[in-house]
Design a protein around this ligand. Sequence first.
Ligand SMILES: C[S@@+](CC[C@H](N)C(=O)[O-])C[C@H]1O[C@@H](n2cnc3c(N)ncnc32)[C@H](O)[C@@H]1O
Length: 250
Amino acid sequence: MSHGDSDTAERAFSFGLAARAYADLRPSYPVEAVRWGLNGTSGRVLDLAAGTGKLTECLTVVTSDVVAVEPDADMRAELERRLPRVTALDGVAEAIPLPDESVDAVFVGQALHWFDLGPALTEIARVLRPSGALVALWNHDDTGVPWVAEFAALARTTTASRHWADPLVPLPAHPRFAAFERRKYPNPQPFTAESLVRMVCTQSHMLLATPGERQRRVAELHGFLADRPATSSGGFELPMVTTAIRAVRP
Ligand SMILES: C[S@@+](CC[C@H](N)C(=O)[O-])C[C@H]1O[C@@H](n2cnc3c(N)ncnc32)[C@H](O)[C@@H]1O
């Protein structure tokens, strides 16, 4: 697999450093987004780059035949602990360990931006049956809300990890896929100041920061939340949004 730069590759494979916290703190996905992605299919579904199984779990609520692929052993172990009935395979998007035309949908949660996109789309098209769909989902802060935009800028959650979720950054066309459709779903999440900052610490830029840099950023984020009456103590709702894109393999 080749990534454009080694920094991106390092970030793409950093999440296992905090697998348990990732599973505990990262938001889940709205069932409406999962249903829209499934588009009525009741066949086999692949959760690619499944991590600790956040999206896998949502898929198992709606459909019964789900297989997961995840390259990071620590993330995969967390998935297996939480979802012992799901088969979780070691593998990457650029070399998916499944036969040709063996699944009806491929879901990717919070990870398409980490793939080597051209080869990954070719592989995804290979494992999809005709009329199957690639569905990519991203949870992100609702930056239409002013305080959330300020927090996101401070936490740096608006950059690489949103990428294709940004309507201004359309996915490049691929010869094996029809045009991408796009939907947005509200996905508000309950947090406290403590749990929100801990959640930000599961993001790749924080996982790879030096201890001093991480400590400085954590203090800034706590300072920001402490200055706002609505977030200074107790629980609050963080306005989040799930962006979903879907493309059918004709
Ligand atoms: C932000 S996590 C998302 C995990 C999960 N899908 C979710 O929704 O919580 C990104 C995941 O992508 C995996 N990953 C990174 N590069 C990958 C690649 N090229 N192929 C497959 N998985 C990859 C990482 O190991 C990590 O578990």
